[in-house]
Design a protein around this ligand. Sequence first.
Ligand SMILES: Cc1ncc(COP(=O)(O)O)c(C=O)c1O
Length: 306
Amino acid sequence: MSDNRLIWLNGNIVPVNEATINVLSPTSQFGANVFEGIRCYWDEEEQQLYSFKLEEHYKRLKNSMKMFRMEDKYTIDELKKGLIDIVLANNYREDIAVRQTVFIDGFGSWMSKGPISMFIAPIAKSRSDIEKKTGMKCCISSWERISDRNLSPKVKVGANYINSRMAQMEALENGYDSAILLNNQGKISEGPGSCLFIVRDGKLITPPVTASILESITRDTIIELAKNEMEIEVIEREIDRTELYICDEVFLCGSAMEIGAVSNVDGIVVSNGEIGSITKKIHETYMKTVTGKLGNYRKWLTPIYV
Ligand SMILES: Cc1ncc(COP(=O)(O)O)c(C=O)c1O
């Protein structure tokens, strides 16, 4: 399916091989693009595909465009309609991930504001099953997370992922599964493409949005679910590197990863090395939420087939 996919490009629906861009465009030359990674989950019983937190993704996309000084070209309804149209055109009846990217097209330079183009690319991606997973082995990266004073992590711009790339490549080359980055204050920030939580004495702790992190939609979802559905206290505060060595549980989270347990940091086993009970419970509650099994949160779902 993936090779024959259809892609939405500037209002046209085209085969993936025909969805081409100008090699000289600022997006191609300088990573001048902002994007969202959005999940949609298939409900076999209802024969329906539900996208998760579309409004929140489009709000963040528009914020990225504003911070990146792009013309505010698309309304939320247009952004949403493009996604629905391309998913329908591909007739997906399975879990998918959608990349929606607004980019600087044309023949300009790294400082061009336009012309603005957009593509929307869905691909099959099944949901995770924590029972089949083992925890990841992570290192604290020797690369520092970008900060709001150089490349803001709040802007979901393609160029920011060079920082993630350096950290992830180093981790893999050194035999780890992934990396956790420190910010310019030497405190824990996030993973290369995910936010981080730890558990200490039954409480969930996560770095604040000012700790050089992306304002993650999954992080917000987990905070709300933990407080309202699971009666777990959530604390947003700075986290020291060594807390990862002595805490009870560590996990990373994001739209793509969902919940990913971390069982080892810098070669030090987290607790007994098994996936912890709170991580499992959060995974279960999160998956119920994104698949519409928790009534209170169906407001976060948008049906695609109407
Ligand atoms: C650097 C970074 N942090 C965190 C996240 C998680 O964000 P979200 O939960 O909105 O997917 C992502 C996901 O793309 C990311 O790239």
